[in-house]
Ligand binder design. Sequence first.
Ligand code: GLC
Length: 567
Amino acid sequence: MKKVIVWVSALLICSGLLGMTAFAQAPDRAVDKEGHQWWQHAVFYEIYPRSFADSNNDGVGDLKGIASKLDYLKDLGVDAIWISPCFPSPQVDFGYDVSDYENIDPMYGTLADFDVLASEARKRNIRIILDFVVNHSSDQHKWFLDSKSSRTSAHRDWYIWRDGKGPGQPPNNWASTFGGPAWKLDPTTNQYYYHYFYAEQPDLNWRNPAVKDAMFGIETWWYKRGVSGFRLDAVDTLFEDPKLQDNPILHPGTNAFGDPYEDNKNNTKLPEVHDVLRGLRKVADEHNAVLIGETWTTDVAELNQYYGDGNNELQLPMDFLFTMVNKLSPAEFRKQIAAVNGASGWPTFVISNHDIVRSYDRYGDGEHNDQIAKVMAALYLTLRGTPIMYYGEEIGMKTTPPTSKEEVKDPIGRTGWPKEKGRDGERTPMQWDGTANAGFSKAAPWLPVPPTYETHNVAAELKDHNSVLEFYRKVLKLRHDNTALLDGNYKAINETDDNVLSYLRIYKDHGTVVALNMTNAPQKISIGLKGNGFASVKSLLATEKSVATGDDVSLEPYGVFIGELSQ
Ligand code: GLC
């Protein structure tokens, strides 16, 4: 009997290990009939780890906290979580200053906690995406500590060191995007080093092959640990003009930090970026992984460059132009959706993240914010493409900026106050329930919980069939089950309507219509069933008073109607 148990246990352990290795190295390669990859059908969800869930009650979220919420995420309809940096870091830029790329910050837990999170996520078919800060490290990373130690140190050329132009004069006029000069004089060797972001975030020198090898090695290291891809941070800024030419000044005046407005043509978006992306993609492909890009493009031509010729760079460069349509304008959304649909790769839609004011406030009018949050959910979760949600968006979390300079945690909010209040407002703790600290932590959270947690929290909204959360859950469910929403083409209808954004998603003989009233008055549209090859429509999901009759859809103020079309 004992022998049998030992044998069975060994078998179980082996198959468990095999299963794990199989997932880590060659996860599900299933593609659908149209050849869609897993990341085209997945719903991604960004977690800002400091603010999601605090398991050890120190006021800061952690990996065990995330693990404890996996069932919530699964139930919501999330297929992949992107965790903002959780690596060891002095936390000057809250993790975007990495001092060890292959470990976990003790504040968030341990590598063992990460492994547990990964295996618990895997059990629920949730993939993990990490944030790869490729442009810079922390000034406390051992590479930089060595680099700054002498002009001849082994890592000297891993960063960008130059002599000043003259006494007290940096090598050129480049300003840091976080304010002040982009160069800092280091007294040990009396040279300047370059930092596009904070001085504590020195730029890596990607022209040095050793840097490239080290970073590619890190990419593989995490894939082997079960990660399914990366969100690549600040890819635009990887390379600089080797001659370090001054940037032209765009126009007179100064920004929130008192710096001139410069055209970053010599230190952003250099063509060499694409060689690196192709290299990272090659490694990603070996692991069936996805690369998401923080790509601040100005038009579709630029977006196409990030997909790469033959789609060999980023699978999911985020369309930030969509986030810049900052009003409920059907015409502007239509224009941007059409542009991205005409791009050479698969669209990626985002409406909020840890660097921008939450969608709840950008679109909300102060009176109908919950209805408007539903309109926005119905919009970006029914478009052709991959959506990336931001934690809290699904419960209608509000941006809560600091009210005084003393309260600010994000350093740019202090240097730029009052014009730039920083990004604390969109990073407040997740609102889980109506208890103290919104159930995020038993200790005082690192950022204050907004007073709206009393009405907008997961526990309360799960009980209210009319809540923003319930609406998100329904749209997400629909999106996973509906072939036309997953694979269908996008076709705009009623293209001159200034009040209602409406479109069809058509996959073979399956059709879905989406109609979104972006105004505070009732509206009506026609679907054009016949002309589009359909005979009737049936409601799949609609707000209370939005209905279809024959070819027409009537929408209440800020109403949503999603319907199935039949032939
Ligand atoms: C990206 C991140 C932002 C960070 C910056 C520097 O823009 O999203 O939060 O401050 O990179 O790493």
